[in-house]
Design a protein around this ligand. Structure first.
Ligand SMILES: Nc1ncnc2c1ncn2[C@@H]1O[C@H](COP(=O)(O)OP(=O)(O)O)[C@@H](O)[C@H]1O
Ligand SMILES: Cc1ncsc1CCOP(=O)(O)O
Ligand SMILES: [Mg+2]
Length: 267
């Protein structure tokens, strides 16, 4: 089967199975990540109260943990969720928003990583910071590096935590200890809409919640977001319209559009 067909099948699988994705995410992006999940056919729930985390993780297909607006209460909630997912052998996805910016973020990330996420998705600065804690200068939540500059860091993380790493940017790079995928879709205007990295992580949660091959699931989620962003950007005079049209395109993209625009290379 062609790569296009394989990845499109995963898009269809998410629609068929409508996985419940349990998100502990940040205040900035809760609404647009929930809408991105609904648009691809998944079912989002945002829940961070300590009293309900284990039960919610229990019924979910996957758990997404995003430290964007971290605080002391939420950090403990995230640790409970990661531990629960790990114990239940359920895929959980880590978005290390702002890694390297503060020691609170870095220390919390180190504690979370002991529960072995199935996937880590961050921009290049975050992936570099996560691999070499305390040595990198970072700029809040936006990247100051290109994704290919973070490949070594990604390999370190993949080996150290036996996980899949997705480095987003102009080229999205997905790697595990054996394979590397390079996806050259997307549009620069996507960096002017907040929460698209977080949406990428949430979509990865949905796709890994239903797919057998988790690396292909990540490749499929990132291809879908990149192509939808690219097509939506063509119709968008600015970031406001892009945010809206991207959700529409995630919802109504056709197999023909997906296949014609996919730019993926495997190494
Ligand atoms: N320069 C770019 N050109 C094309 N697509 C991009 C570019 N930068 C980011 N993207 C896309 O935007 C989405 C969010 O990635 P990114 O901006 O790296 O995440 P974050 O918001 O966490 O920093 C991804 O789908 C990525 O492919
Ligand atoms: C601006 C901001 N501040 C804390 S979380 C957040 C959103 C980051 O979203 P993304 O990394 O997807 O752009
Ligand atoms: Mg981000």
């Amino acid at each position: 089967m062609t790569m296009e067909k394989t990845l499109w099948q995963q898009v269809q699988l998410v629609k068929q199975k409508s996985p419940l994705v349990h998100n502990i995410t940040n205040f900035v992006v809760m609404n647009n990540t929930a809408n991105a999940l609904l648009a691809v056919g998944a079912s989002p729930v945002m829940a961070h109260a300590r009293s309900e985390i284990r039960e919610m993780a229990h019924i979910a297909h996957s758990v997404v943990i995003n430290i964007g607006t971290l605080d002391e209460y939420w950090a403990e909630s995230m640790l409970i969720a990661a531990e629960a997912a790990h114990t239940m052998q359920k895929p959980w996805v880590l978005d290390p928003v702002g890694a390297g910016a503060t020691s609170f973020r870095d220390q919390t990330l180190q504690r979370l990583l002991q529960y072995r996420p199935a996937v880590i998705r961050g921009n290049a600065s975050e992936i570099i910071a996560l691999a070499n804690i305390n040595t990198t200068v970072t700029k809040g939540v936006d990247s100051t590096a290109q994704s290919n500059e973070a490949i070594d860091a990604g390999q370190i993380l993949a080996g150290r935590y036996n996980t899949i790493v997705c480095i987003s940017g102009e080229t999205d790079i997905i790697l595990n200890s054996k394979d590397q995928f390079f996806i050259r879709n997307g549009h620069p205007l996507m960096t002017k809409v907040t929460g698209l990295g977080c949406s990428a992580t949430a979509l990865i949660g949905a796709f890994t919640g239903v797919a057998e091959d988790k690396t292909l699931a990540v490749a499929s989620a990132m291809s879908l977001l990149g192509i939808a962003g690219e097509l939506a950007a063509k119709e968008s005079p600015g970031p406001g319209s892009l945010q809206m049209l991207l959700i529409d395109k995630l919802y109504n993209i056709t197999e023909e559009e997906f296949t014609a625009h996919l730019k993926i290379e495997q190494k």
